[in-house]
Design a protein around this ligand. Structure first.
Ligand SMILES: Nc1ncnc2c1ncn2[C@@H]1O[C@H](COP(=O)(O)OP(=O)(O)OP(=O)(O)O)[C@@H](O)[C@H]1O
Ligand SMILES: [Mg+2]
Length: 512
């Protein structure tokens, strides 16, 4: 039976000529596509190509201007996500929102039952437990959602859909918040779900993932469907070409440069996690000018704490941090920034941007009181606008106007906005937390080149990344962090990907 379902050519969702317009942009331009029963169908496309938009149309968040949607052979008209949920359509959003102070079970029931939550909870728990057991999902159903790591929070959305018997799941960049190990597990569960007849649209920028998991791929470019291919008929280079419209190099060339003086130094730094337990246990690191130090590690092992203490938003309870030889330990973020530190926060929506502000305000955020944007009391709006326009062009930020508010940008374009701001000046030191998360291949290539240019210009860069390709492609030195301690620091080339992988899991073999 499983076989049958997998090979069944029957269509679960068909979209015909769907158009969705936002002020100044045709986000989906007469899109036609279909999803087969039991398949994993990847949606691929540059940042701003319209992937999230069509997903939201299929989930009833947005109402398309024109076009038709068929579900299980019948035309449907969705006026809200509730309509979609009732039909068995589930979705994990790119920036998902749950009701954090509630438990997992409460979130599931609140989103799906209209009344009598108290009464329903008991029976519901049993059903959800059964689903978890069936798929091997490990999740504490009584945990308060805000206390779960994001990777786990995502399961809440998926369980919500399965709980109401979803037939069709839309996953918008679900792997962006998962560690490599979690991704493997996640994919094997998705595969099992499709064997049970579930159909999935998966949006991702990671071409390896597309090749690994999907049955078919549809590529979007500037709001249009460029075509659907069988995954077995394509490869990474071909997909990248379809997406970007040109050849993409997957690895930038890093020229050897003589390093300069130490610009950032952490000496025996200790810091607490938000929960009050020790997050950094005597971390020592140093980054020189003209140098990139890659910090590899599974997220949650102290990367956030290192970032925070270095930029001044978390106390170091012991140890010292030096910027260009000057002790900056526990100074304010503003003072540290003025001394030449720039940073790309890993949790950009929360920390890096004001979503209600315009693009040009966001692009100078933090520098609004400085020349050339301000002279004493007054902001120089024409200078700010010119600067913003230049950055929007350079970073290819897809928007209709600089005065548009940030909340209208696509996920990847938001990331580009922060990069444009933080990489604009000539910082002595840049701490880059997951700088290319959520970016399309073309944009990743651009950002990698920019990081290397900054290195050439003399900056010292601490690159925090879970992508080993990125770490190995850019770094002069590689440090591995595990449970708040540095497992070792190595010259790039003197350690293998496998060895780093082992150290990320806490196994120190040749590290001494
Ligand atoms: N709520 C909105 N208001 C105005 N414009 C929007 C809104 N949502 C999206 N857009 C615009 O529609 C276009 C498509 O955006 P969408 O979010 O669908 O892109 P995407 O393919 O998901 O990109 P990414 O890979 O960066 O997430 C973009 O130009 C974006 O700025
Ligand atoms: Mg998107």
């Amino acid at each position: 039976m499983d076989e049958n379902l997998q090979n069944d050519p029957e269509i679960i969702v068909r979209v015909e000529n769907l158009t969705k317009i936002f002020p100044g942009v045709v986000a989906n331009d007469r899109i036609s596509m279909d999803v087969r029963k039991g398949e994993i169908h990847c949606l691929l496309g540059e940042n701003g190509a319209g992937k999230s938009t069509i997903a939201e149309c299929l989930y009833g968040t947005y109402r398309p201007e024109s076009g038709r949607i068929f579900y299980q052979g019948k035309e449907i008209h969705l006026s809200s996500p509730r309509d979609a949920i009732n039909l068995g359509i589930g979705m994990v959003h790119q920036h998902f929102e749950m009701i954090p102070p509630m438990t997992v079970m409460e979130n599931i029931v609140v989103g799906t039952e209209s009344k009598g939550m108290g009464l329903k909870l008991g029976a519901a728990t049993e059903k959800v437990e059964r689903i978890c057991k069936n798929y091997g999902i490990v999740l504490d159903l009584n945990a308060v959602v805000s206390q779960l790591p994001v990777g786990k929070q995502q399961w809440v959305e998926i369980l919500k859909a399965l709980y109401v018997g979803a037939k069709f799941l839309i996953l918008d960049e679900p792997t962006a918040v998962l560690t490599p190990q979690e991704i493997d597990k996640f994919f094997s569960i998705l595969k099992k779900m499709t064997k049970d007849g579930l159909s999935i649209i998966l949006i991702t920028h990671k071409l390896d993932e597309v090749m690994d998991i999907s049955d078919r791929v549809t590529v979007f470019r500037k709001g249009k469907n460029i075509g659907t291919v069988n995954t077995s008929d394509t490869d990474k280079a071909d997909l990248a070409r379809r997406m970007v419209g040109r050849e993409v190099v997957f690895r930038v060339t890093r020229e050897e440069i003589e390093p300069g003086d130490v610009v950032l130094e952490l000496k025996n730094v200790h810091a607490l996690k938000k929960t009050g337990v020790l997050g950094l246990n005597g971390v020592s690191l140093s980054v020189r000018r003209h140098q990139i130090l890659g910090l590899a590690g599974v997220s949650g092992n102290g990367q956030r704490e290192i970032f925070d203490v270095a930029v001044g938003v978390r106390q170091a309870i012991k140890g010292e941090i030096l910027l260009d030889g000057e002790n900056i330990t526990n100074l304010s973020p503003r003072v540290i920034m003025n001394k030449g530190m720039a940073s790309i926060p890993q949790d950009r929506i929360v920390e890096g941007l004001c979503m209600d502000f315009s693009l040009y305000e966001n692009i100078i955020l933090g520098n609004q009181h400085d020349r050339p944007f301000s002279s004493g009391f007054f902001m120089n709006s024409s200078r700010i606008l010119t600067f913003a326009q230049k950055k929007i062009k350079e970073y290819d930020i897809m928007c209709s106007h600089p005065s548009q508010s940030a909340c209208c940008l696509s996920g990847g374009n938001l990331q580009k906005l922060i990069l444009a701001r933080e990489m604009a000046h000539k910082p002595k030191c840049l701490i880059a937390g997951q700088p290319t998360r959520g970016l399309d291949v073309g944009a990743i290539e651009y950002v990698h080149q920019r990081l290397l240019e900054m290195r050439k210009a003399g900056a010292g860069i601490l690159l925090i990344s879970e992508e080993l390709d990125e770490i190995f492609g850019l770094s002069d030195y590689i440090a591995v962090i595990y449970k708040g301690e540095i497992m070792g620091t190595f010259k790039n080339g003197e350690v293998t990907v496998e060895e780093v992988g082992l150290m990320m899991a806490g196994i120190r073999e040749n590290a001494a």
